[in-house]
Design a protein around this ligand. Sequence first.
Ligand code: C2E
Ligand code: MG
Ligand code: MG
Length: 854
Amino acid sequence: MIKNKIKIINYFIVLIIVIMIISIFSGLKVKAIHTKRILLISSYNYSFPTFQNQIEGVKSQLNSSEVLIDVEFMDFKRFETETNLSNFYNSLKYKLEQLEKYELVIVTDDNALDFAMEYNEELFKDTPIVFLGINNHQKAVNASINPNITGVEECISMFDTIDIATKLNKGAKKIIALSDGTETSRSDLELYYTTKKEFQTYEFTDINLSEMTFEEFYGEIEQINKDDIVLLLSAYTDKLGNDKSFNESLELINESCQAPIYHLWEHGIGEGVLGGKVISHYEQGKRAGKIVNSVLNGESIKNYPLITEENNKYIFDVKKLEENNISMNLLPKNTILINEKISFYENNKKIVNRIIALFIFLSLLIIYLMTNIHIRKKHEKELLNKNEELNDTFQELAISQNELKRQYSKIHKYAYYDNLTGLTNRTSLKIKLRNLTQIKTDYLKQFAVIFLDLDNFKFVNDSYGHSIGDKVLKEIAKELIKLDLGNSSIYRLGGDEFVLILEDYQDTFDLNYKTDKLRKTLDRAIDIEGNKYFITASIGVAIYPQNGKNYSELLKNADAAMYKAKENGKNCSAIYDESINAKLNRNMEIRSELVNAFTYKEFFLNFQPQIDIESGRVYGFEALIRWINPKLGFVSPGEFIEVAEEMGRIVQIGNWVLKESCIFCKKINEKYENKLIISVNVSAVQLMQKDFLENIKNILEKTEVDPKLVAIEITETAVLKNFDLNRAKLEQIKSMGIKVSLDDFGKGYSSLYYLRNLPIDTLKIDKSFIDDIITNDNESTIKDLTESIILIAHKVGLKVIAEGVEMPMQLMKLKEYKCDFMQGYYVSKPIEEKLVCEFLKKFEENKGEYKIWN
Ligand code: C2E
Ligand code: MG
Ligand code: MG
C-alpha cells in the first residue's frame, strides 16, 4: 500500500519536471524577424514644413523595428518641371529595378499621388499605395477607385478658419488671401472665393504672387490694414519663377504684414502665423499610418476606403494673439495653444520641483534644527534652572550640613563637655581612661588619676545661691586649666568633684609636688562680684596600674583616697594605698564580728554632755554607742554603724540604744529634776522601718520616760533618703513630744531649705565648721557661714548646738554668734554612765568654768 503511494508521488514529480522543461523551451522559442520595407514618395523636399509632421505621424503607428521606410523626394514645389519629373522617374525606376520589391508605397501630397497613378502599372504593380496630404477631393476619389490604392484626403477648413478669424478680429472689413500659382494654391483660392458667400459683410480679395515679384508682393502686403484679416494659402514662386521656402517666404510676409495672418495648415503657426482651424499633418500621417500598419500585417488594402472627413484642429499662437490684442477667451474649446507663455515653473518644472523639494527638505531640516535648538535651549534653560535649584539645594544642604555640624558639635559638647565649666566631663574621662588602659606597650606606662573634691562647697552653694556656686566652680575650672602639670587633662565629674589625669607620672615625690601645687592653687580666696570665697580641696590619687586597672577601679580608688584626705582633715591629699584596702579588710572583720556582738553584750553607751552656752548649765547628754570586741578591740561607731546599717543590724542596735538611753534618761532625771535632755542618734535605716514610731512609743511607755526629755538626732542624709516620708515620721515623733535634732549639719548636702521645711527643734553644726571658726583669717567664709547658719536657724525658731568644741576660743566665738548649746571635748568627752553623776556634780561646782573634766 505504502509502496504504491510512493510510486504515485514519483510519477507526479516526473510529470511536473517534464511540464517545466517544456514550458522553459517554449519560452525560448526565437521569433524570426521579417523587415517590412516601404517606400514613401514626398511631393516636396525634406525641408518642406509638412514632411516632418507627416512622416512622424505615419511612424507613430508602425513598429519601427519591423518596418524600414525609404523616402524619395520629388521636390516638386521648387522644381515643378518636366525635367525634374523625368529625372525623378528615371532615378526611381533605376532604384526599383535594383531593389527588392517594396511591400507598400506611401505618397504624400498631390504631385506624388499623380506620379504614383501615372506609373502605377510600371513601377508599383500590385503594390498597395496609401496616400495622404491630397487636398483635391476629386483626385483622391479617382485614385481610390483602384483597389490597391487608398488614403487620407486633406480637407482644409476654409469656412471654420475664416469664421474664427472674423470672430477674433472684430474690426476687420476685409479678408485678403495670399496665394501663388501652384496647383494647390489655385484650388485653395477657388474654395476661398466660394466661401465668400458665407461672409457677405466682408470684402474678399487676394494678392497673388504669380502675378508679381516678391518685392511687389511684400509691398502689397504692407498696404494691408492692420484690422483686416490675412489668409495665407501659398507663396512660394513669383511671376519671375523665383522660389522661396515656406519659412523664408513667411518671414518676409510677416515682416511686411501688420494684420493677423491665418493659415489652413499647422506649419507656420508660431513663426508668424496667428493660427486657424488647421490641418495637422501629423494627425494625417497617423491616420494613413494606421492603414499602412494593418496592410503590412496582412490586412487587405481593399478593406480601407478613402478617409474624407476632416480632423482639423484650432491651433493658435499665444504670442501673436497678444500682439493683436485678441482675448483667448474668444477661442473655441480644445484650442491648441503654442508659444503659450510657459511660467518659469512650467519651463523648469523638474529643476523647480527639485529646488522646491530641496527647499522643503531644507526648510524641514531648518525647522527640525530650529526645533531641536529650541528644545535644546529649553532643556539648557531647564538644566540651568535645575542647576540653580541644585546649587540652591546644595547650598541648603551645605547650610543644613553646617547646621548638622553645629548640632553635632553641640551634641558632642553636651556629651563630652561639662556645660558649666567647659571642661571635659565624666564620659570623656571614661574614654580617656579606657584608651590609656588599653594601650599595649612593652611596659605598662604609669599615670595618675587625681580625684579632687572641694571642701564644704555645699555651703557656698546653699548660703550664697547656686549662681555664686556656679561662678566659684567656673573660677576653679579656670585655675585648673591654667595650672601646668605637664601632660595632663582635666574633667569635671559633677558637683564639686574634678578629676585630673597626669600622664607624666614619674614617682610619688613628683606626684606629691604636683598635688601640692594643685591644692595650693585652690587654697586661696576666689573673688566673685567683689566678695571673697575661700575654697580648699581634698585630693585623692590612684596610680595606674597598681591602684586600678580600669576606669571604675581607678576612679573608685582615687575617690577612696580623696575620702581619706577628707578624713585627714580636708585640704590635703592622699595617695591610694593598701591602708585604704586595709580599711576595707577591717570592714569585713567588723562585719563578721558584729554578728555576735549583741549576744556577747559587747555594746555599751557613753554620754557626752551638751551645755547651754548662755546659762552655763548642762542641757543634756548625747548617747553614743561604744563597742569593744575581743578581736578588734575598740571599734568606733564611725566605723561600724555604717556596716551595721548595711547588714540591717542597726535596727536592733538602734532600738537597744534607744531603750538604754531612755532608761538612763529616766534615771538621771529622777535625780536632776526632769531637766536633762537625752539625745539619741537614729540611723536612716531605723527611720525607714515601718514600726519605728511604734518602737519608740513602746520604749517610752516601757521606760516611762517623758518624751520631752528625749531628743533624736538624725542626719540630713538620712532624711533625704525619703524626704516626704521621713518628714511625716519626724512630724509624728515631734507630735509625741520628742525633740528632733538635725545632726552633722554642714557635713552632707546641707541646705538651709531643710531648716524651714523639716519638723526639727535643733540644728547640730558639724565639727568641721566649729574647727574653722577660730582660723586667723578674719575673712574666713566658714566663720561667716557658721554665724549665718546660727542666725538663720534662730530666725526659723531653731536652737543650735555646736559639736566638737575643743577650744575656749571656739566657745567664745559661739557665744558671740549666740549659739545655744555646745558639745565637745572642751567640756567633756563622751563618758560612761557611771561617771555622769560625777560629771554633773563637778560641772555644778565649777560654775562658768567649762574646762572641768578632761
Ligand atoms: P555624732 O552623732 O555627731 O556624735 C558626735 C561625735 O563627735 C562623737 O563621736 C563624739 O565622740 C565626737 N566628739 C564630740 N566632741 C568632740 C570633740 O570636741 N572633738 C572630737 N574630735 N570629737 C568629738 P563618736 O562617738 O565616735 O560617734 C561618731 C558618730 O557615730 C556619731 O556622730 C554618730 O553619728 C554615730 N553614732 C554614735 N553612737 C550612735 C548610736 O548609738 N546610734 C547611731 N545610729 N549612730 C551613733
Ligand atoms: Mg549625734
Ligand atoms: Mg554630729
